[in-house]
Design a protein around this ligand. Sequence first.
Ligand SMILES: Cc1cc2nc3c(=O)[nH]c(=O)nc-3n(C[C@H](O)[C@H](O)[C@H](O)COP(=O)(O)OP(=O)(O)OC[C@H]3O[C@@H](n4cnc5c(N)ncnc54)[C@H](O)[C@@H]3O)c2cc1C
Length: 452
Amino acid sequence: MKTEAVVLPHDPHWDEARVAWNLAVDQQPAAVALPESAADVMAVVRWARSRGLRVAPQGTGHSAAAMGSLAHTVLVKTERMRGVEIDAERRIARVEAGVLWAEVSEAAAVHGLAALAGSSPDVGVVGYSLGGGISWLARRYGLAANSITAVELVNADGELVRADADNESELFWALRGGGGSFGVVTALEFQLYPIAELYAGVLFFPIERGKEVLHAWRNWLEDVPDEVTSVGRFLQFPPIPDIPEPLRGGSFVVVEATSLLDEAATDELLRPLRELGPAIDTFAAIPIERLSSLHMDPEHPVPGAADGMLLRDFPEEAIDAIVGAAGAGSGSPLLSVEVRHLGGALGRMQPGHGALATIEAGFAMFAVGMAMTPELGAAVRVHIEVVQAALASWDAGRDYLNFTERRERGERLFGSTTFRRLQSVKAKVDPKDVFRSNHPVRLPGGRLRKAA
Ligand SMILES: Cc1cc2nc3c(=O)[nH]c(=O)nc-3n(C[C@H](O)[C@H](O)[C@H](O)COP(=O)(O)OP(=O)(O)OC[C@H]3O[C@@H](n4cnc5c(N)ncnc54)[C@H](O)[C@@H]3O)c2cc1C
């Protein structure tokens, strides 16, 4: 391992090395490793174990808030591992651990192919996919985790293993939805889909029309096919130069959607929503790689606080509750409160699926606010709890790992049967609990690690 691949607290680059994408999180690990290859990762894991340290893999730090203390832990940041290969004939992508979604989407688009990318261009492919992965194509193609065809990872012995349907099949199952508790993933292979272009856009309405628009969206969902994935959302843009006019400083209720139907069928489908008279209508046929800007997520590190919940359903009373908590006049400091329509392929179990086989919920809520100071962060967190409390009657009883930024019990993330199976895999592949994840699968019996 090259000496510059490990940064220690006395190093002049320490603050730069330990920073997470979420700038509100102050990461204080024992060391930061910046591997460039699988061989470097093997050396880092052995180096950490020889010093009795634990290992926490991190791609970008989008989900750094959930990690908790990194004491006695080497933070393995994979940001230098950025190889992307597209096998257009087999429709398979192979990406190294530090690759961001925009990088894959662009490389695949050259071949008229699409990956099940998340809404944000700079979320890490690996963290997103290990946690499930709800994309803009989710209702048609399911969770990204279930499109993974192979995983290469460095295990607790510092050895590189390949897990797929035929080798290490139980580990392969666990990695697809069970998160980052089983090793440091060095590369992923996953399926791509033949989509070069699709119909997508946003309808913006003044936030004061929240109730009317969300009710209309909810009614509209009754008839949409799996080819359509959509989101109902409150957006309150700050008055900063990063936000283009005419959105800058504005507050809106929006419907965002993607459609794999042809333009005429999509136009016909959208008619009832367009008849509401949106202030801005951006729907158009777009090249697939432009999808990563549809959700208007920040494309560089920001300080933020976020959390989500899964909803059984989103009936009229739930809409009224979310309007009261996050709509006009609610005093909400949140930048975005969104409700994503799930169902379709997300709810259909297929043979060969991984640990997160389906999402047993009709909708997912995710709320986020800027945390420029600790006080603002605290106000945002309090208000996210207000939104969650308002929707508590529709709580699906489970949480989605990728949309959970607080510590949550494994049973709530995975269900008790799946969680026990994940614990058995953990006990087999990492009996000393070397690997730390943002949402850890603890060893059976709640055993906590004492020494690596
Ligand atoms: C703006 C924004 C938009 C988002 N949009 C979506 C979305 O559309 N759909 C969705 O499903 N989620 C979405 N998310 C949630 C996102 O998927 C999670 O935050 C995810 O954990 C991010 O992965 P990361 O690698 O970028 O983050 P990191 O914080 O780097 O990683 C999160 C966890 O993944 C694991 N991990 C990462 N790399 C490795 C590795 N090499 N080996 C082993 N484990 C690893 C670790 O357990 C780590 O703690 C969004 C989040 C944000 C902030």
